[in-house]
Design a binder for this molecule. Structure first.
Ligand SMILES: Cc1cc2nc3c(=O)[nH]c(=O)nc-3n(C[C@H](O)[C@H](O)[C@H](O)COP(=O)(O)OP(=O)(O)OC[C@H]3O[C@@H](n4cnc5c(N)ncnc54)[C@H](O)[C@@H]3O)c2cc1C
Length: 332
Protein backbone atom coordinates (compact mmCIF):
# COMPACT_ATOMS: atom_id res chain seq x y z
CA UNK A 1 0.00 0.00 0.00
CA UNK A 2 1.25 3.45 -0.91
CA UNK A 3 2.01 5.62 2.17
CA UNK A 4 2.41 9.30 1.31
CA UNK A 5 4.47 11.73 3.40
CA UNK A 6 3.63 15.42 4.00
CA UNK A 7 0.43 14.96 2.03
CA UNK A 8 -1.60 18.09 1.23
CA UNK A 9 -5.18 17.82 2.54
CA UNK A 10 -6.64 20.97 0.96
CA UNK A 11 -8.79 19.06 -1.54
CA UNK A 12 -9.76 16.54 1.16
CA UNK A 13 -11.84 18.94 3.28
CA UNK A 14 -14.90 20.85 2.07
CA UNK A 15 -13.67 24.15 3.61
CA UNK A 16 -10.61 23.80 1.33
CA UNK A 17 -8.17 24.86 4.07
CA UNK A 18 -4.52 23.92 3.67
CA UNK A 19 -2.77 21.46 5.96
CA UNK A 20 -0.42 18.58 5.45
CA UNK A 21 -0.67 15.11 6.96
CA UNK A 22 2.61 13.62 8.14
CA UNK A 23 1.41 10.27 6.72
CA UNK A 24 -1.54 9.48 4.42
CA UNK A 25 -2.88 6.14 3.15
CA UNK A 26 -5.91 4.83 1.24
CA UNK A 27 -6.44 1.20 2.30
CA UNK A 28 -8.66 -0.81 -0.07
CA UNK A 29 -9.54 -3.74 2.19
CA UNK A 30 -10.02 -4.65 5.85
CA UNK A 31 -6.69 -6.52 5.75
CA UNK A 32 -4.92 -3.42 4.45
CA UNK A 33 -6.40 -1.33 7.29
CA UNK A 34 -5.22 -3.88 9.87
CA UNK A 35 -1.76 -3.98 8.29
CA UNK A 36 -1.58 -0.18 8.46
CA UNK A 37 -2.63 -0.09 12.11
CA UNK A 38 0.02 -2.69 12.97
CA UNK A 39 2.66 -0.76 11.03
CA UNK A 40 1.96 2.53 12.83
CA UNK A 41 0.73 1.63 16.35
CA UNK A 42 1.99 4.84 17.95
CA UNK A 43 0.95 7.43 15.37
CA UNK A 44 -2.00 9.69 16.10
CA UNK A 45 -4.76 8.71 13.65
CA UNK A 46 -7.50 10.47 11.75
CA UNK A 47 -10.05 8.61 9.63
CA UNK A 48 -11.22 10.57 6.64
CA UNK A 49 -14.39 10.19 4.62
CA UNK A 50 -15.11 12.96 2.11
CA UNK A 51 -14.03 15.70 4.55
CA UNK A 52 -17.41 17.47 4.53
CA UNK A 53 -17.62 17.82 8.30
CA UNK A 54 -14.10 18.84 9.30
CA UNK A 55 -11.28 21.26 8.64
CA UNK A 56 -7.66 21.79 9.65
CA UNK A 57 -6.02 24.64 11.54
CA UNK A 58 -2.54 23.08 11.61
CA UNK A 59 -0.59 20.23 10.02
CA UNK A 60 -1.83 16.81 11.13
CA UNK A 61 1.06 15.22 12.99
CA UNK A 62 0.10 11.61 12.44
CA UNK A 63 -1.50 9.13 10.04
CA UNK A 64 -4.58 10.04 8.01
CA UNK A 65 -6.43 6.91 6.87
CA UNK A 66 -8.96 7.23 4.06
CA UNK A 67 -10.56 3.80 3.57
CA UNK A 68 -11.72 3.24 -0.01
CA UNK A 69 -13.91 0.20 0.56
CA UNK A 70 -17.15 0.75 -1.37
CA UNK A 71 -19.97 -1.32 -2.87
CA UNK A 72 -23.57 -2.16 -2.05
CA UNK A 73 -24.69 -5.78 -1.52
CA UNK A 74 -28.10 -7.16 -0.67
CA UNK A 75 -27.90 -9.50 2.31
CA UNK A 76 -31.62 -10.11 2.87
CA UNK A 77 -34.66 -9.50 0.73
CA UNK A 78 -38.26 -10.29 1.67
CA UNK A 79 -41.74 -8.98 0.85
CA UNK A 80 -41.52 -6.08 3.32
CA UNK A 81 -37.85 -5.13 3.62
CA UNK A 82 -34.46 -5.26 2.06
CA UNK A 83 -31.23 -5.37 4.07
CA UNK A 84 -28.06 -4.08 2.45
CA UNK A 85 -24.42 -3.87 3.45
CA UNK A 86 -22.64 -0.78 2.15
CA UNK A 87 -18.89 -0.08 2.14
CA UNK A 88 -17.65 2.92 4.13
CA UNK A 89 -16.36 4.83 1.10
CA UNK A 90 -19.62 4.62 -0.85
CA UNK A 91 -20.91 8.11 -1.59
CA UNK A 92 -23.92 8.78 0.66
CA UNK A 93 -26.15 10.53 -1.87
CA UNK A 94 -25.41 7.92 -4.54
CA UNK A 95 -26.66 5.34 -2.03
CA UNK A 96 -29.85 7.34 -1.45
CA UNK A 97 -30.43 7.58 -5.21
CA UNK A 98 -29.74 3.84 -5.65
CA UNK A 99 -32.32 2.99 -2.96
CA UNK A 100 -34.97 5.45 -4.19
CA UNK A 101 -34.59 4.11 -7.77
CA UNK A 102 -35.40 0.63 -6.45
CA UNK A 103 -38.38 1.79 -4.38
CA UNK A 104 -36.62 1.21 -1.04
CA UNK A 105 -37.65 3.84 1.47
CA UNK A 106 -36.14 5.13 4.72
CA UNK A 107 -33.33 7.47 3.68
CA UNK A 108 -34.98 9.65 1.01
CA UNK A 109 -35.20 12.62 3.44
CA UNK A 110 -31.42 12.42 3.78
CA UNK A 111 -30.94 13.15 0.06
CA UNK A 112 -28.02 15.34 -0.98
CA UNK A 113 -26.17 15.22 2.37
CA UNK A 114 -22.56 15.20 1.21
CA UNK A 115 -20.16 12.60 2.53
CA UNK A 116 -19.32 8.92 2.63
CA UNK A 117 -21.45 6.14 4.16
CA UNK A 118 -18.81 5.38 6.83
CA UNK A 119 -19.22 8.86 8.32
CA UNK A 120 -23.03 8.71 8.48
CA UNK A 121 -23.23 6.84 11.82
CA UNK A 122 -20.50 9.02 13.41
CA UNK A 123 -22.77 12.00 14.00
CA UNK A 124 -26.02 10.14 13.20
CA UNK A 125 -26.69 12.36 10.18
CA UNK A 126 -30.13 13.85 10.06
CA UNK A 127 -32.36 16.14 8.04
CA UNK A 128 -36.05 16.84 7.43
CA UNK A 129 -37.30 14.80 10.39
CA UNK A 130 -35.19 11.69 9.69
CA UNK A 131 -32.01 10.40 11.32
CA UNK A 132 -29.85 7.63 9.88
CA UNK A 133 -30.15 5.67 13.15
CA UNK A 134 -33.73 4.81 12.12
CA UNK A 135 -32.48 2.47 9.37
CA UNK A 136 -29.15 1.18 10.73
CA UNK A 137 -29.11 -2.47 11.75
CA UNK A 138 -25.40 -2.88 12.32
CA UNK A 139 -22.10 -1.04 11.98
CA UNK A 140 -18.95 -3.06 11.19
CA UNK A 141 -15.67 -1.64 12.50
CA UNK A 142 -12.05 -2.27 13.33
CA UNK A 143 -10.95 -1.19 16.81
CA UNK A 144 -7.82 0.89 16.24
CA UNK A 145 -5.92 -0.04 19.41
CA UNK A 146 -6.39 -3.83 19.09
CA UNK A 147 -7.06 -4.24 15.34
CA UNK A 148 -10.02 -6.43 16.37
CA UNK A 149 -13.08 -6.55 14.12
CA UNK A 150 -16.12 -5.38 16.12
CA UNK A 151 -19.76 -5.17 15.11
CA UNK A 152 -22.24 -2.87 16.82
CA UNK A 153 -25.98 -3.45 16.67
CA UNK A 154 -28.23 -0.38 16.65
CA UNK A 155 -28.53 -0.12 20.47
CA UNK A 156 -24.77 -0.56 20.92
CA UNK A 157 -24.12 2.43 18.63
CA UNK A 158 -25.66 4.66 21.38
CA UNK A 159 -27.13 7.02 18.82
CA UNK A 160 -28.31 10.43 19.97
CA UNK A 161 -28.85 13.78 18.25
CA UNK A 162 -25.63 14.25 16.18
CA UNK A 163 -23.84 11.76 18.39
CA UNK A 164 -22.86 8.10 18.70
CA UNK A 165 -20.39 5.84 20.50
CA UNK A 166 -18.04 6.23 17.50
CA UNK A 167 -17.96 10.00 17.88
CA UNK A 168 -17.50 9.75 21.67
CA UNK A 169 -14.69 7.19 21.69
CA UNK A 170 -12.97 7.82 18.31
CA UNK A 171 -11.59 4.28 18.66
CA UNK A 172 -13.14 2.63 15.65
CA UNK A 173 -12.73 2.63 11.88
CA UNK A 174 -16.09 1.98 10.27
CA UNK A 175 -15.66 -0.41 7.34
CA UNK A 176 -19.30 -0.98 6.36
CA UNK A 177 -22.84 -0.23 7.50
CA UNK A 178 -25.90 -2.50 7.31
CA UNK A 179 -29.20 -0.77 6.62
CA UNK A 180 -32.76 -2.09 6.55
CA UNK A 181 -35.06 -0.27 4.15
CA UNK A 182 -38.75 -0.69 3.57
CA UNK A 183 -40.30 -1.83 0.31
CA UNK A 184 -43.49 0.08 1.06
CA UNK A 185 -43.66 3.83 1.17
CA UNK A 186 -46.29 6.03 2.73
CA UNK A 187 -45.53 9.72 2.74
CA UNK A 188 -45.70 11.37 6.16
CA UNK A 189 -45.58 15.14 6.34
CA UNK A 190 -42.84 15.36 8.90
CA UNK A 191 -41.41 18.72 8.07
CA UNK A 192 -42.95 22.08 7.24
CA UNK A 193 -40.62 22.96 4.31
CA UNK A 194 -41.28 19.59 2.71
CA UNK A 195 -45.00 20.00 3.18
CA UNK A 196 -44.85 23.37 1.37
CA UNK A 197 -42.67 22.02 -1.44
CA UNK A 198 -45.13 19.17 -2.04
CA UNK A 199 -48.30 21.23 -1.54
CA UNK A 200 -49.45 20.48 -5.11
CA UNK A 201 -48.49 16.80 -4.98
CA UNK A 202 -51.01 15.18 -2.60
CA UNK A 203 -49.59 11.62 -2.71
CA UNK A 204 -45.94 12.02 -3.63
CA UNK A 205 -43.89 9.04 -4.72
CA UNK A 206 -40.55 8.20 -3.18
CA UNK A 207 -38.80 9.85 -6.16
CA UNK A 208 -40.90 13.00 -5.81
CA UNK A 209 -39.95 13.26 -2.11
CA UNK A 210 -36.25 12.93 -3.01
CA UNK A 211 -36.62 15.56 -5.75
CA UNK A 212 -38.43 17.92 -3.34
CA UNK A 213 -35.69 17.55 -0.72
CA UNK A 214 -33.02 18.17 -3.36
CA UNK A 215 -34.71 21.32 -4.60
CA UNK A 216 -35.20 22.70 -1.02
CA UNK A 217 -31.56 21.99 -0.19
CA UNK A 218 -30.26 23.54 -3.42
CA UNK A 219 -32.25 26.70 -2.65
CA UNK A 220 -31.28 26.98 1.01
CA UNK A 221 -27.74 25.65 1.29
CA UNK A 222 -24.55 26.72 -0.45
CA UNK A 223 -22.97 24.07 -2.65
CA UNK A 224 -19.69 23.24 -0.91
CA UNK A 225 -18.02 22.63 -4.28
CA UNK A 226 -18.67 26.27 -5.23
CA UNK A 227 -18.59 28.03 -1.84
CA UNK A 228 -16.51 25.94 0.57
CA UNK A 229 -18.40 25.09 3.79
CA UNK A 230 -19.19 22.14 6.04
CA UNK A 231 -22.97 22.46 6.39
CA UNK A 232 -24.46 23.40 9.76
CA UNK A 233 -21.52 24.56 11.82
CA UNK A 234 -23.04 24.34 15.33
CA UNK A 235 -25.36 21.85 16.99
CA UNK A 236 -28.74 23.06 18.17
CA UNK A 237 -28.16 23.68 21.90
CA UNK A 238 -29.82 21.45 24.47
CA UNK A 239 -30.63 23.66 27.47
CA UNK A 240 -31.98 23.32 31.01
CA UNK A 241 -35.18 24.91 32.35
CA UNK A 242 -33.18 27.76 33.94
CA UNK A 243 -31.31 28.43 30.67
CA UNK A 244 -34.58 28.32 28.75
CA UNK A 245 -36.21 30.82 31.12
CA UNK A 246 -33.31 33.25 30.88
CA UNK A 247 -33.21 32.87 27.07
CA UNK A 248 -36.93 33.66 26.83
CA UNK A 249 -36.40 36.79 28.91
CA UNK A 250 -33.77 38.01 26.43
CA UNK A 251 -35.49 36.64 23.32
CA UNK A 252 -39.22 36.01 23.96
CA UNK A 253 -39.76 34.52 20.50
CA UNK A 254 -36.87 32.03 20.65
CA UNK A 255 -38.03 28.61 19.40
CA UNK A 256 -38.10 26.05 22.21
CA UNK A 257 -38.72 22.32 21.71
CA UNK A 258 -39.41 20.06 24.69
CA UNK A 259 -37.10 17.07 25.06
CA UNK A 260 -37.99 16.00 28.59
CA UNK A 261 -38.94 17.66 31.88
CA UNK A 262 -35.65 19.54 32.36
CA UNK A 263 -34.24 19.65 28.87
CA UNK A 264 -35.16 21.67 25.82
CA UNK A 265 -33.71 22.28 22.39
CA UNK A 266 -33.41 25.70 20.81
CA UNK A 267 -32.24 26.82 17.39
CA UNK A 268 -28.56 27.74 16.95
CA UNK A 269 -29.41 29.48 13.63
CA UNK A 270 -31.96 31.69 15.40
CA UNK A 271 -29.50 32.70 18.14
CA UNK A 272 -26.79 33.53 15.59
CA UNK A 273 -29.24 35.51 13.48
CA UNK A 274 -30.55 37.45 16.51
CA UNK A 275 -26.96 38.19 17.52
CA UNK A 276 -26.58 39.96 14.16
CA UNK A 277 -24.40 37.35 12.51
CA UNK A 278 -26.59 36.14 9.62
CA UNK A 279 -24.78 36.97 6.37
CA UNK A 280 -21.97 38.66 8.33
CA UNK A 281 -18.56 38.57 6.68
CA UNK A 282 -15.12 39.07 8.20
CA UNK A 283 -12.35 39.05 5.63
CA UNK A 284 -12.61 35.81 3.72
CA UNK A 285 -14.99 34.08 6.15
CA UNK A 286 -18.65 34.65 6.97
CA UNK A 287 -22.04 33.14 7.61
CA UNK A 288 -24.15 32.32 4.55
CA UNK A 289 -26.64 35.03 3.58
CA UNK A 290 -29.59 32.55 3.49
CA UNK A 291 -28.61 30.48 6.52
CA UNK A 292 -26.96 31.82 9.70
CA UNK A 293 -25.81 28.36 10.80
CA UNK A 294 -23.52 27.85 7.84
CA UNK A 295 -20.02 29.31 7.97
CA UNK A 296 -18.65 29.78 4.47
CA UNK A 297 -15.11 30.29 3.23
CA UNK A 298 -14.85 32.98 0.56
CA UNK A 299 -11.18 32.40 -0.17
CA UNK A 300 -9.01 31.74 2.87
CA UNK A 301 -6.72 28.73 2.82
CA UNK A 302 -6.03 29.08 6.55
CA UNK A 303 -8.37 27.12 8.84
CA UNK A 304 -7.51 29.52 11.68
CA UNK A 305 -9.63 32.19 9.96
CA UNK A 306 -12.61 29.85 10.25
CA UNK A 307 -11.76 28.87 13.83
CA UNK A 308 -11.42 32.56 14.83
CA UNK A 309 -14.81 33.38 13.33
CA UNK A 310 -16.31 30.34 15.08
CA UNK A 311 -14.92 31.56 18.45
CA UNK A 312 -16.29 35.05 17.81
CA UNK A 313 -19.81 33.70 17.20
CA UNK A 314 -19.58 31.47 20.30
CA UNK A 315 -18.48 34.46 22.41
CA UNK A 316 -21.23 36.79 21.17
CA UNK A 317 -23.98 34.19 21.69
CA UNK A 318 -22.64 33.33 25.16
CA UNK A 319 -22.46 37.01 26.18
CA UNK A 320 -25.90 37.89 24.83
CA UNK A 321 -27.89 34.75 25.66
CA UNK A 322 -25.70 32.76 28.10
CA UNK A 323 -25.75 29.74 25.79
CA UNK A 324 -22.71 27.74 24.70
CA UNK A 325 -22.72 26.83 21.01
CA UNK A 326 -21.02 23.52 20.43
CA UNK A 327 -19.52 22.94 16.96
CA UNK A 328 -20.97 20.08 14.94
CA UNK A 329 -17.95 20.35 12.63
CA UNK A 330 -14.62 18.77 13.70
CA UNK A 331 -11.71 21.19 14.05
CA UNK A 332 -8.28 19.57 13.70
C1 LIG B 1 -23.37 21.57 2.26
C2 LIG B 1 -23.42 20.59 3.43
C3 LIG B 1 -24.65 20.19 3.94
C4 LIG B 1 -24.70 19.29 5.00
N1 LIG B 1 -25.92 18.90 5.48
C5 LIG B 1 -26.00 18.02 6.50
C6 LIG B 1 -27.27 17.59 7.00
O1 LIG B 1 -28.33 17.98 6.49
N2 LIG B 1 -27.29 16.73 8.04
C7 LIG B 1 -26.15 16.24 8.60
O2 LIG B 1 -26.25 15.44 9.54
N3 LIG B 1 -24.94 16.63 8.15
C8 LIG B 1 -24.83 17.50 7.12
N4 LIG B 1 -23.60 17.90 6.66
C9 LIG B 1 -22.39 17.39 7.31
C10 LIG B 1 -21.74 16.18 6.57
O3 LIG B 1 -22.27 16.05 5.29
C11 LIG B 1 -21.97 14.89 7.33
O4 LIG B 1 -21.43 14.98 8.63
C12 LIG B 1 -21.32 13.69 6.62
O5 LIG B 1 -21.65 12.50 7.27
C13 LIG B 1 -19.81 13.85 6.52
O6 LIG B 1 -19.31 12.78 5.75
P1 LIG B 1 -17.80 12.76 5.31
O7 LIG B 1 -17.55 11.46 4.64
O8 LIG B 1 -17.46 13.96 4.55
O9 LIG B 1 -17.08 12.76 6.73
P2 LIG B 1 -15.71 13.47 7.16
O10 LIG B 1 -15.91 14.93 7.21
O11 LIG B 1 -14.58 12.94 6.34
O12 LIG B 1 -15.58 12.93 8.65
C14 LIG B 1 -16.46 13.34 9.67
C15 LIG B 1 -16.09 12.62 10.97
O13 LIG B 1 -16.31 11.22 10.80
C16 LIG B 1 -15.07 10.49 10.99
N5 LIG B 1 -15.08 9.41 10.00
C17 LIG B 1 -15.29 9.53 8.67
N6 LIG B 1 -15.30 8.32 8.09
C18 LIG B 1 -15.06 7.41 9.08
C19 LIG B 1 -14.92 5.99 9.11
N7 LIG B 1 -15.02 5.22 8.02
N8 LIG B 1 -14.66 5.40 10.31
C20 LIG B 1 -14.54 6.13 11.44
N9 LIG B 1 -14.64 7.49 11.46
C21 LIG B 1 -14.91 8.11 10.30
C22 LIG B 1 -13.96 11.50 10.77
O14 LIG B 1 -12.79 11.15 11.47
C23 LIG B 1 -14.61 12.77 11.32
O15 LIG B 1 -14.48 12.79 12.71
C24 LIG B 1 -23.50 18.80 5.58
C25 LIG B 1 -22.27 19.19 5.03
C26 LIG B 1 -22.22 20.08 3.96
C27 LIG B 1 -20.90 20.48 3.38
Amino acid sequence: MDIQHNFQLQTYNSFRTKATAKLFAKPRTIDEIIELLKQYPNEKKLILGNGCNLFFTKPFDGLVIKPIISGISVIDDNAENVTIEVGAAQDWDELVEYCVNRGWSGIENLSLIPGAVGAAPIQNIGAYGTEVKDVIVKVKTIEMATQAIKEFNNAECEFEYRNSIFKQTRNYIITSVIFQLSKSFSYREKYIDLKKELAHTPSPTLKQVREAIISIRKRKLPNHLEIPNAGSFFKNPIITTAEKDSLLEALPSAPIYNIDTNSFKTSAAYLIEQAGYKGKRKGNVGTYENHALIIVNYGSDDGNDIADFMHEIQKVVKTKYNIELEPEVWVF
